[in-house]
Design a protein around this ligand. Structure first.
Ligand code: ADP
Ligand code: MG
Length: 240
């Protein structure tokens, strides 16, 4: 579904992603972990071309993301993204946040978009918040709206960039539960997170990245019991 082949990325002279080779299959949940500044967000953002790669090849489905002939907006319709800071429109209601792209991009009728939004609000456990504004919701509820908004576009892939890092501890669980349910349903997910419990329980594969390089790629059980890479060992000893 997603394939990086010898991908490098520079920010000016700074070599942020170093020879990345990574394949993500349909229905897989891949968890990316690593120290702050190691390139996790950049790697994720390359997948929907929020960042461009410097060389190598990156394909999503059968589309080469960086081919000039690829209509990136088409590709993006199939890739949902959930950010650390929710990124909801503050002056729009929950319903408007969720229906905006289905109406404007997918050309859905207002009625149909509303129905879809209500379906996904129910799914993320906040069916009665449609007419609220983001500021009237808790962080956990806002992040669940952001997930519902992504789902309303019926994506084939969901990218999560530290979706629980900005939340108060008591709200982390409610967001992880929604993500777990999506994983169970077979959604293809790439998740950057520091939630090691989630990584262990839900991840099909762990990718450990440090200073722009994938240093270890492993089954979660093996990774947490017996990490091979020295820097992965050090990282785990610091956060567990
Ligand atoms: P992570 O998500 O693992 O914390 P990032 O992918 O955000 O790491 O960043 C990796 C490195 O690239 C960091 O050193 C960061 O400062 C740098 N970086 C990120 N975005 C930019 C940018 N737009 N311009 C220059 N440097 C950047
Ligand atoms: Mg990041």
């Amino acid at each position: 579904m997603i394939s990086f082949k010898n991908v490098n990325k520079y920010f000016g002279d700074f070599h942020v992603l170093k020879n990345i080779n990574l394949t993500i299959n349909r229905g897989e949940v891949v968890v990316i972990i690593g120290p702050s500044g190691s390139g996790k967000s950049t790697l994720l953002r390359c997948i929907n071309k929020l960042e461009t790669i410097s060389d190598g090849s990156l394909t999503v489905g059968d589309k080469e993301i960086h081919d000039k002939k690829t209509d990136i907006n088409k590709v993006r319709q199939h890739i949902g993204m959930v950010f650390q800071h929710f990124n909801l429109y503050p002056h729009k209601t929950v319903l408007e946040n969720i229906t905006l792209a289905p109406i404007n991009v997918l050309r859905k009728s207002k009625e149909e978009a509303k129905k879809t939004a209500e379906f996904y609000l129910e799914k993320v456990g906040i069916p009665n918040k449609a007419s609220s504004y983001p500021s009237q919701l808790s962080g956990g509820q806002q992040q669940r709206v952001a997930i519902a908004r992504a789902l309303a576009m019926k994506p084939e892939i969901l990218l999560f960039d530290e979706p629980t890092s900005a939340l108060d501890p008591e709200m982390v669980g409610e967001v992880l539960d929604v993500m777990k349910a999506l994983a169970k349903e077979g959604m293809t997910m790439v998740v950057v997170t520091h939630e090691m419990g989630f990584a262990k329980e839900v991840g099909d594969r762990i990718i450990f990245i440090d200073e722009g390089r994938i240093l270890e790629e492993a089954d979660p059980v093996e990774f947490f019991q017996n990490p091979q890479d020295e820097r992965a060992k050090l990282f785990l000893s610091r956060i567990l």
